[in-house]
Design a protein. Structure first.
Length: 248
């Protein structure tokens, strides 16, 4: 019995240390585990962005009339952002998931049509400097999280740009498990680590605003019958830290 209590105590201590990680040197916390002090909950949200057991929890059902994303109260220029995230569940089957090549293009069949996969999916992300186009994706696609969809899909962008924002590896953990992004932005250049794996390296984001807020993304909606029309942002976030970087 005593041994069991010791094991339980150790597990609880380990879980707590992960849930409330020590503040990294040089970083400022953007989430205290209790309040939305550093964030702007969308007007009319009606409790769908909420704090549950020390984490930011979202059910993809914000009732806000306009923008449903959770934006930071402050704007940032060059920075490194650390954020833990996890997808809670994947109730939606996405029938439109492409096979993405290393250069960011989609694989096609013998008739020239894009090959589509059906994948259990949820979808969210982190917006950089006030715009959705510079979104670091969180989802269940085989390419993995960390890509910048808005730039990869923009055919007006140079091939090098579209390839640069395509993840070099799928470092996502299983659904329900926690992941950690390390996102660094300098000028119009981007680096992303996912769970310690460098998935984006020195990618260029042409036209990226010089400064702007960060957002945790809303995605998804239901039809009249209550079924999801697209992958919902059934996500949680914790341990959100930012370190401003001096301009080079």
């Amino acid at each position: 019995m005593r041994f069991c209590l010791i094991v339980i105590s150790f597990v609880l201590a380990f879980s707590t240390s992960k849930l409330f990680a020590e503040l990294p040197a040089g970083f400022t916390s953007l989430f205290d585990g209790k309040t939305f002090t550093h964030w702007k909950v969308p007007a009319g949200d009606n409790g769908h962005w909420k704090i549950v057991d020390g984490v930011i929890d979202y059910d993809a059902a914000s009732e806000a009339a306009g923008d449903k994303n959770l934006w930071s109260a402050e704007s940032y220029s060059d920075f490194t952002l650390l954020v833990d995230w996890r997808i809670k569940e994947t109730p939606y089957i996405n029938p439109r998931v492409p096979i993405i090549r290393a250069d960011g293009t989609h694989k096609r069949d013998s008739e020239g049509k894009e090959i589509k996969l059906s994948v259990p999916d949820s979808d969210s992300g982190v917006f950089l400097r006030g715009q959705g186009k510079s979104q670091i994706n969180i989802w269940c696609w085989p390419i993995g999280s960390g890509e910048v969809y808005g730039y990869r899909m923009d055919k007006s962008m140079p091939a090098a740009v579209r390839a640069g924002v395509t993840p070099s590896a799928n470092a996502d953990r299983d659904i329900g498990q926690w992941n950690t992004f390390e996102i660094t932005v300098r000028g119009d250049r981007l680096w992303v680590k996912n769970n310690g794996v460098q998935v984006i390296t020195n990618a260029q984001l042409p036209g990226l605003p010089r400064e702007g807020p960060i957002a945790l993304q809303h995605h998804g909606g239901k039809d009249a019958e209550g079924n999801w029309r697209s992958p919902p942002a059934l996500v949680q976030f914790r341990n959100i830290y930012i370190k401003p970087l001096a301009a080079k």
